[in-house]
Write a protein that binds this ligand. Structure first.
Ligand code: HEC
Ligand code: HEC
Ligand code: HEC
Ligand code: HEC
Length: 481
């Protein structure tokens, strides 16, 4: 892939960037700082890592954390300004677009951008941001209005961003970015993209920010944790570092890392996919910031906490509207976009899927047992939510998805739900042979179950051994005992 230079448009040097930050001003308060109620924040930073385009929880289990619309719960309706910072893969959940999902992945990235555009967000882009190329990234940056703050990441030798100084109430906060090279050796190199792991340039960025009046310095580090900690160790003056991954591949959920400290620098790494955010509340009473109880002492203070993006949090109506529009768009567009995506024919001599109607004709007892399980209702779970055409959903709620002689997003036919053949394999040859035993899997491998039953689509505590007996019953594998 060749890289253009469109990304660089709009990058401005730090000195010019005592940013005029719309939306940073408190709406319901006159003058921030100095004369406020003891302990009431004068500003807030909301930080998250490895969003990876996780717009909303899938809904496969109850009370799932995450959801971009819930970010609003930390930002809106506050009497003080709120600014956001992100590190790690943000617009995409992989370093390359999956060829068969590309259109939806792009829609998703632009939906993230639309939600971001509602408030100031600063970003240290990771390698994953380039999944659709740098021209596309430039569009996402323009649409989202994110401040790209990494100088270490270069396109055609030019830094993709610059540190930014933003007024959060009375406090000038510096966002400095560091984007490290991916460690995953499977990540393909991108022509024109380079990573400049230079600690002295970071040191001079911090010094320049302080000289420009920064009172609180945040490093957004899209790099390995070890690399971020080594940089912090050698760079005095950073108040807080947000760690995110240098790249990510697929839907992996990474847990919260407990808040840590190196000397005076607070190190945060909240769980990926917006399972958590880090909230930094500032009280500016002039002078240097110290970490600690906001109500205590005479100087400026800050407190840091990691908070789950819990399902009970109120959604921002505007973000919820943007996400609902995305859902509607995907539902409409994918029907048309993939109308001609038919299942591949089965390979020579191999079986195709016939559907539960055929199996049930000879296996009344297994049919009765299966009909009472949730597998028999998996497709309505999607149709009720207008998600049946969502490529992120359909695969696990139908039978033989994208398999030869199976189903596709638009050609499901009689393979709706998780049927017999999802576990026993395609059965046409078994049927043609009048119940030929050698042409059907009697006992599915447990990996067949975990192919669909894995996080984030099941609770962490889910175990195959516990679930196994629940799909069995009289005449269906239940051994009387
Ligand atoms: C024409 C009737 C017929 C149809 C249709 C049929 N089966 Fe069978 N099936 C049989 C017979 C007969 C056996 C063998 C019973 C025996 O010998 O114990 C059998 C055995 C099985 C077994 C156990 C195999 C073993 O090694 O013990 C499984 C699993 C099975 N069928 C699944 C299916 C599935 C899934 C479908 C639909 C794709 C299906 N069957 C359709 C007649 C049928
Ligand atoms: C093709 C994907 C797929 C496969 C393969 C699959 N499942 Fe499921 N399973 C689902 C889906 C989807 C649901 C939820 C359906 C709904 O309610 O919409 C589900 C629901 C269940 C449930 C009910 C929920 C619960 O935990 O009480 C059990 C039990 C279960 N599966 C066990 C298994 C076992 C055991 C296997 C392997 C032998 C298996 N599943 C294979 C997709 C799959
Ligand atoms: C990797 C496989 C997989 C994918 C992808 C997937 N699901 Fe599921 N889904 C499951 C499994 C497994 C369950 C059953 C979970 C359980 O109860 O343990 C389930 C259950 C559900 C349920 C039933 C929840 C309930 O308690 O009634 C809904 C609704 C659902 N999924 C919607 C979705 C939507 C919407 C998407 C896309 C955003 C999606 N699923 C994507 C595997 C998947
Ligand atoms: C969620 C996975 C799953 C689904 C769906 C499923 N089965 Fe099974 N089936 C199993 C398992 C597990 C066994 C037990 C294998 C063993 O222990 O030998 C089994 C056993 C069987 C057997 C052997 C009978 C016996 O008592 O051992 C038949 C026949 C069978 N299934 C047919 C069907 C048919 C027909 C359907 C659809 C109506 C179906 N199965 C749906 C997982 C599944």
């Amino acid at each position: 892939m060749k890289i253009g230079s469109a990304l660089l448009a709009g990058t401005v040097a730090l000195a010019a960037l005592v940013a005029a930050c719309e939306g940073c001003k408190p709406s319901s308060m006159g003058k921030p700082a100095l004369s406020v109620v003891a302990g009431a924040p004068t500003g807030r930073l909301v930080l998250f890592s490895d969003l990876a385009a996780a717009l909303e929880p899938c809904g496969c289990v109850a009370d799932q954390r995450g959801g971009l619309a819930r970010l609003g719960a930390f930002a809106s309706g506050q009497a003080f300004p709120v600014v956001m910072g992100a590190a790690g893969p943000t617009f995409f959940d992989d370093v390359q677009l999956n060829a068969s999902h590309a259109a939806q992945e792009l829609e998703k990235a632009h939906t993230v951008a639309q939600v971001f555009a509602q408030q100031p967000v600063f970003l240290a882009p990771s390698r994953s941001e380039f999944a659709a190329g740098s021209d596309e990234l430039a569009k996402l940056v323009a649409e989202s209005k994110v401040g790209v703050v990494s100088r270490s990441l270069r396109v055609a030798g030019q830094p993709v961003g610059e540190p930014r100084l933003v007024s959060v109430g009375a406090t000038k906060v510096a966002f400095i970015g560091y984007s490290g090279a991916p460690h995953d050796t499977l990540v393909p190199p991108l022509e024109g993209l380079s990573f400049d792991a230079n600690v002295t340039s970071l040191q001079s960025d911090v010094a320049a920010a302080q000289a420009a009046g920064a009172r609180f310095v945040v490093l957004l580090a899209s790099s390995s944790r070890g690399e971020a900690l080594r940089l912090v160790d050698r760079t005095p003056g950073i108040d807080l570092v947000l760690v995110g991954a240098p790249s990510v591949r697929g839907e992996v959920v990474r847990d919260d890392v407990p808040i840590d400290r190196i000397e005076k620098t607070v190190v945060v790494e909240p769980a990926s996919r917006l399972q958590s955010v880090v909230v930094v509340d500032l009280v500016d009473r002039g002078g240097a910031f110290e970490e600690g109880d906001l109500a205590v002492g005479a100087g400026s203070r800050f407190v840091v906490r990691q908070e789950p993006v819990a399902s009970k949090l109120t959604k921002s109506p505007e973000s919820a509207r943007i996400l609902a529009e995305y859902d509607a768009r995907i539902d409409d567009q994918n029907r048309v976009r993939y109308a001609s995506r038919t299942p591949a024919p089965p390979r020579e001599g191999e079986a195709h899927y016939v559907g539960v109607g055929v199996c049930g004709g000879c296996h009344a007892q297994p049919l009765a047992v299966w009909s009472a399980t949730r597998h028999a209702k998996a497709y309505p779970s999607l149709t009720e939510k207008h998600k049946a055409f969502d490529l992120d959903c359909v695969g696990c709620h139908v039978t033989g998805y994208e398999k030869p002689g199976g189903s596709t997003v638009t050609h499901v036919g009689n393979l709706e739900n998780v049927q017999c053949e999802a576990c026993h394999g395609p059965g046409s040859k078994h049927v043609a042979g009048g119940g030929l035993k050698s042409a059907i899997v009697r006992k599915p491998d447990p990996s067949v179950c975990t192919g669909c039953h894995h996080e984030p689509h099941v609770e962490r505590s889910w175990r195959v051994e516990q679930a196994w007996p629940k799909v069995l019953g009289p005449g269906h594998g239940a051994h009387p005992g």
